[in-house]
Design a protein around this ligand. Structure first.
Ligand code: ATP
Ligand code: MG
Length: 586
């Protein structure tokens, strides 16, 4: 990950210079409230100068762009402060967790360019230790076995305005609690028949402190511990202690955990173990999509999308398949920064970051999505010219390639109009345009389908001296079109995507409609008769290109030697740049 003050110096002198500059760089780097807290902790030597963060996913779904924000933040901080970063799965709920999710999460985080060295952990590795912690709390009279049902516990929990009611089992003796808890572990009791609860305060203003459940009975196979356990710790009893066991210094999490912090603090204090500092920040929300794993799972299960990696999904695997670069996602996460209040980011900003990155690295090629045949009548029948084309005007080091030109070409249907409206500077009867990297052509005649009246072919003439680099190359015409040579082009399928939802905030259900009623019926379009230039032969899945004038495209894993398949990653039309310009003006 590129951070302004994390670049390794390659010689001593440079290092010295760098440290001399360090304070300067730090003062330039936009800080945020999380980094301010860490700076202060370092100043007061709170954790002996250590900074140790982690990303703690629950393996119950695929990661999305919101998780990327958390990953980049935690990893970015570790790198910036020369600290450590752990990846830990908070796998406490065997009924919803799967190995498939563990694997996809590891793949996605790696793809983002994040490195946890050998610090890959699982909360399930701490089950024995957590059990010991629970026993410690029972012995201290701080936890008890409750025989009430889940419903009874819920009903006696009270509300925000009313205190809860003590369980009739709350004052069991330590001995009885120890005995029952051990028997819970050994499998003597049925699912749901008993739980272990912390003994805190049923009248607390914070509902999380009203004797929260620590352990539940669940005779379910765990993806890592198999059938070793039939009691599982709750997320709340696991998360903070896992951070503590790993020596995490700053437990960065999202705002919904703010109300849980007193509980996490309580557990750590009562157990007398290492106490990380929890810091909450606002979740990332993006327009025109949903970011809840539950909702995303619903879309997958109901077949509303083709899978977790459907290129319309906000998942990392979806974005990757769509053609996003890890760099663009990291830059986006840096640009949005961290805040304490929930807000929604315009998806146009994410697309803007993507375009900026692809503009630098994607080679330009020519492709025609909806082909219209063009015959150049005065061009020699058997001639093929190999024209020189620049691969990336932004980066001369990417070199040039040859593009074949011949008598029959394809251009884009929408680049021709029989009755051109004002300001339409492309091809029309009697009009001239330049063909990119090639000649100026003039439309002489239009051939139509007799029955439908549809334009099926154009007959044109070319001006021989106008080839790029030749005598009349400087002659100006208003439009420049992309094209491919009919005899040389490769057939391709191109998949076009639009926002998954038609409403900026699909989860706003104030008008009584479920988020799925806002699914965009036009979010996917498949074009099967596209033509691409021959240099794309054998293009490998994941390769990214700019199709001139059309946008950025990426080879889909469905692509094969027989049939190339491309996803449109993003069009060239940058709405964010427009928004920014308007903001500056206003
Ligand atoms: P769940 O409802 O299943 O808990 P979750 O999205 O919170 O869903 P986790 O696996 O618990 O999933 O998330 C791992 C980490 O990612 C947590 O620390 C969480 O705070 C953070 N995270 C989740 N969603 C976002 C988001 N939209 N923006 C920023 N961080 C997020
Ligand atoms: Mg969560």
């Amino acid at each position: 990950m590129k951070l302004p003050n994390s670049e390794p110096g390659n010689n001593k002198k440079k290092n010295e210079k760098m440290s001399a500059n360090k304070s300067k760089i730090e003062s330039v780097r936009p800080s945020d409230f999380i980094r301010d807290i860490i700076d202060e902790d370092l100043r007061t030597n709170k954790y002996e100068g250590r900074v140790h963060t982690r990303f703690p996913p629950e393996p119950n779904g695929y990661l999305h762009i919101g998780h990327a924000k958390s990953i980049c933040l935690n990893y970015g901080i570790a790198v910036q402060y020369g600290g450590l970063f752990n990846l830990r799965f908070d796998d406490t709920n065997p009924s919803k967790e799967e190995v498939e999710y563990v694997e996809s999460i590891i793949e996605d985080i790696r793809w983002l360019g994040v490195d946890w060295d050998d610090r890959l952990f699982f909360a399930s590795d701490y089950f024995e230790q957590l059990y010991e912690f629970a026993v410690q709390l029972i012995k201290a009279g701080k936890a008890y076995v409750d025989d009430q049902t889940a419903d009874q516990i819920r009903e006696t929990r009270g509300t925000l305005t009313e205190p809860g009611k003590d369980s009739p089992y709350r004052n069991r003796s330590v001995e009885e609690n120890l005995d029952l808890f051990e028997r819970m572990r050994s499998g003597e009791f049925e699912d749901g028949s008993r739980v272990l609860r912390a003994k805190i305060d049923m009248a607390s203003g914070n509902l999380n402190m009203r004797d929260p459940v620590m352990y539940r009975i669940l005779h379910a196979e765990h993806h890592r511990t198999g059938d070793k356990w039939c009691i599982y710790p709750t997320y709340d009893f696991t998360h903070g202690q896992s951070d503590s066991i790993e020596g995490i210094t700053h437990s960065i999490c999202t705002l919904e955990f703010e109300d849980h912090r007193p509980l996490y603090d309580w557990y750590l204090n009562e157990l007398g173990i290492h106490h990380p500092q929890q810091i909450e920040f606002a979740r990332l929300n993006l327009t025109y999509t949903v970011m809840s794993k539950r909702k995303l799972l619903e879309l997958v299960k109901e077949g509303r999308v083709t899978g977790w990696d459907d290129p319309r999904m906000p998942t990392i695997s979806g974005l990757r398949r769509r053609g996003y670069t890890p760099e663009s996602i990291r830059i986006f996460c840096e640009r949005i920064g961290v805040a304490k209040r929930d807000s929604t980011v315009d998806i146009a900003l994410l697309e803007h970051c993507l375009r900026e990155d692809l503009n630098k690295c994607a080679p330009r090629v020519m492709a025609v999505l909806r082909p219209l045949r063009v015959v150049i009548d005065n061009y020699p029948k058997d001639l093929t010219e190999e024209l020189e084309a620049v691969n990336n005007p932004e980066d001369p080091s990417m070199g040039t390639r040859k593009v074949p030109f011949s008598r029959v070409l394809y251009i884009e249907q929408e680049d021709f109009r029989e009755d051109p409206p004002k300001k339409f500077f492309r091809l029309a009867p009697g009009r001239e345009v330049r063909l990119k990297h090639a000649y100026i052509i003039k439309c002489e005649r239009v051939v139509k389908d007799e029955k439908t009246g549809e334009v099926v072919e154009l007959h044109c003439s070319y001006d021989p001296g106008t080839k790029s680099g030749e005598a009349k190359a400087g002659r100006k015409v208003k439009g420049t079109l992309h094209w491919v040579s009919a005899a040389h082009a490769l057939e391709a399928e191109v998949r076009l995507y639009d926002h998954l939802f038609t409403k900026a905030n699909p989860t706003d259900e104030t008008d009584g409609l479920d988020f799925k009623s806002y699914l965009n019926p036009n979010s996917f379009e498949k074009l099967t008769s596209c033509r691409v230039e021959p240099s794309l032969k054998g293009a490998a899945p994941g390769n990214r290109y700019q199709f001139l004038r059309l946008g950025y495209f990426c080879v889909d894993p469905d692509s094969s030697d027989k049939k190339l398949v491309f996803n449109r990653t993003v069009s060239l039309h940058d709405t964010w740049a427009k928004i920014e310009k308007a903001q500056k003006k206003g």
